[in-house]
Write a protein that binds this ligand. Sequence first.
Ligand SMILES: C[S@@+](CC[C@H](N)C(=O)[O-])C[C@H]1O[C@@H](n2cnc3c(N)ncnc32)[C@H](O)[C@@H]1O
Length: 223
Amino acid sequence: MIDGDQTLGDDLARFVRAVGPEHTPVQAEMAAFAAEQEFPNIGPDAGAVLRLLARLVDAETVFEFGSGFGYSASWFLRGGAGRVILTEFDGDELERGREFLSDAGLTTRCVFEEGDAMEIVDRYGGPFDVVLIDHQKSRYADAFEAVRAKLSPGGVIVADNVTRGPADFDATLAHLEDDAALPADDPQTTGISTYLDTVRADESFESLLLPVGSGLCVSTKVE
Ligand SMILES: C[S@@+](CC[C@H](N)C(=O)[O-])C[C@H]1O[C@@H](n2cnc3c(N)ncnc32)[C@H](O)[C@@H]1O
């Protein structure tokens, strides 16, 4: 099983993977590096969604909250994104990302920002055509608030790790289905649930869950 595909049942996940897409040579190196480090990148199936979205909205600017070493950015760039703003507070990871993306000949379309994504985003006025939220789960809703006005009409926000990751699947589902109380001692689950509550309540956005990779909540700005 390739990391990032466990949201689907085994057979369906194999089917999705068999259809592809495949990694580029540099993405294959990134994936091997991630496996070695047990680093949770978004995986190829969710990556293909990022590529698709960049292509569909003809993305000029993409903003990422939590870029690691550039794997998710590489998919946006494969989708033709004009510019990806990568944010990462681990300087070594970001530097590794710069090397990988340089090997792929993609750095002219990258802005590497080391530091707290929540502070970095305030330095950008937008518009953003696609935003990836993939940093601390307890700050997802704040990230949404930070970018909602900066998203272009028809723009898309993607939040990763909705169904798999540090949040508790059953507790998140119970909250969605039965309005079960959020666990006060679990900021990860509370963070994901609060994000879903926030984005689903906003009438300017249409949201759905794509059950690929670790579960993507995809929200389009429709106003
Ligand atoms: C799940 S990984 C990101 C993976 C990446 N999006 C990918 O798929 O290739 C989360 C990353 O976010 C970084 N991070 C967490 N909170 C952050 C913050 N507030 N600002 C910047 N980076 C952050 C972590 O250091 C980690 O590298």
